[in-house]
Design a protein around this ligand. Sequence first.
Ligand code: ADP
Ligand code: ASP
Ligand code: MG
Length: 412
Amino acid sequence: MAIIVQKFGGTSVANIERIKHVASLVKEEINRGNQVVVVVSAMSGKTNELVEWTNAVSDLTSHDSLKEYDSIVASGEQVTAGLLALTLQTNGLKARSWLGWQLGFKTDTTHSKARIEHIDRDAIISSLNDGYVAVIAGFQGITEENRIATLGRGGSDTSAVALAAALGAYQCDIYTDVDGIYTTDPRVVPKARRLNKIAYEEMLEMASLGAKVLQIRSVEMAMKHNVRVRVLSSFEPGEGTLLVDEEEVVERRLVTGVTYNRNEDQITLTGVPNTPGVAANIFAPLTEKEINVDMIVQNVSQSGDYTDITFTIPKADTKLAIEQLEAVKNNLGYNSLMVNENVAKVSVIGVGMRSHAGLAQKMFQTLADKSINILVITTSEIKISILIDEEYVELALRALHSAYGLDATKES
Ligand code: ADP
Ligand code: ASP
Ligand code: MG
């Protein structure tokens, strides 16, 4: 008997009607002769509501406050796990719900974005062997201090893939509200095209660069443990998209997808004395607070005495970053600190970039044709990212999608 992990996201368990439908999808899988482990998210909107409640009573800056945050926001999944197990029982199946701590889902102590360290597989295996469907609350685990920890937003994907890896499951099916991975967000670009297969590495870049259809860590984990992951819709039947090794993607293409991310701010320090070690001094106080710096450019003045440094960071960290940089202003000797909140990053991704020139030029020309100004550029082996004014994101996305020949035709 093969083990299949099925994960259902927030919209898939949004109400009792949807939960009943999910129960029917679980039953179909059992009828195919498989053992089924289900991972559920909270009902859609529930986690946001819980997060808002925590924000209403705390600024959540201390480690202790984040422990309470986790205990609160993890509760949404408890409700859906119980409701689904109950619905399955009503449908004549043996089923039970599990919370993270009941399964020995051990995490580190980075509350609100904890990493899974270990899963005790024995309890689930014996429950499966007793004929039960295991319905597991995603997004949560327990620390060595015996506190509930959550895995970061979208973390149920990671719970599911981690379980699939730990149990040696045949496949991990991630059910959501779109019928697979698209060349870009289908809610923004109607001409987006569904991909039958995508390489782990491309999906990792897409997720890191803004495609929130899968949490980044779930893709990292799938890649590391070679878990067969399929993304598909719980609303309509279909094959979905399979994550595979690069060699298995038969469809040849240079660019696989286009993504956007509106969650970063641009910070510029002007008039920084251009001396050795200056970049290290600027970024040290940010690293100290675990602030991830993304795109960086440095412009040295004509005389060479001064430099302007521009970089982007997650919006959630902007306040803290400003505090950190203002505290060392005298040391760094910069002139001014400017924040631009109205920026967005647009990226094109594809393993074909390794072997083909001219793809960056196409990006720059396409944006020039639309009179979109580029603020910052960064590249890696399989992606090119640019920072632009937020107001042009959708225009840029659509133009690039067409320019790289990704638009769906009527037949596709
Ligand atoms: P769930 O609640 O099931 O976890 P999410 O909202 O986290 O669902 O992820 C699904 C959403 O991801 C889709 O509704 C879609 O708008 C968005 N998305 C962004 N980029 C892509 C992409 N390239 N392909 C498919 N969906 C995408
Ligand atoms: N409910 C959590 C969230 O909204 C986890 C998840 O849905 O994956 O982020
Ligand atoms: Mg999600």
